[in-house]
Design a binder for this molecule. Sequence first.
Ligand SMILES: *[C@@H]1O[C@H](CO)[C@@H](O)[C@H](O)[C@H]1NC(C)=O
Length: 223
Amino acid sequence: MIGKLILGVVAIVCVSSYKYIFGAYSIRFFWIVVKYLYLKKLEDLDDKGQAKSPFVELVRTTKCCLLECDFFGYHKNNVTYFTELDLCRTECTLNALHRYFKLAVLKKESLAYVPLASICNHFMKETKPFENYEMRTKVVGWGDKWLWLITVFTGDKVGKRIYCLSLAKLVFKAGRKTLQPWDVVQLAGSTDPDVCKKAYRNEERVAQNTNNVMQLLKVYEEA
Ligand SMILES: *[C@@H]1O[C@H](CO)[C@@H](O)[C@H](O)[C@H]1NC(C)=O
């Protein structure tokens, strides 16, 4: 009787927390990669020969499950934001620069990977257990070396209060070589110099405001 009860509770925790079962992270990660590199078709360029904007927003939603929570504060553990952030940045980059990655796959060329160089999270409000939350991510800018992404976590209810804002700095690597972001963006089909000017301006803005959530949010909204 007790045995069955314990088994039942364990089963409920596991099923509701499927994201934290051994191997789940890798499956979620590779699903994104497969979806963008193999399933999603190459998008056409517009009349001016441009791909979609590299600043396009990517939205993911998920639920705060039990194993994600810390049991002292009874809210989403702050460290677990980083797992979701990995997936957000991966999907956002693959989507925003889809043409670059897809063409490399079609031509069987090696493609750059985009490791994380640094990250700065601002935790604003706790996420409650079983609460749905939304993550919006954009490439907001770049410079000679770094690519900057911002992710905003909000609740999914009216008002959409901000739970967390994350600023990440990434770099394009092809083997040991570092690629310039603007080169990659052009390969991805955005060749308008104004796009690049805006990206450089935004790099300055975020680099000067890493601790200013309001300013970072403004850069995000304007990107
Ligand atoms: C996590 O962040 C929230 C704010 O979102 C804060 O209230 C809480 O104290 C933090 N938890 C820990 C363990 O630092």
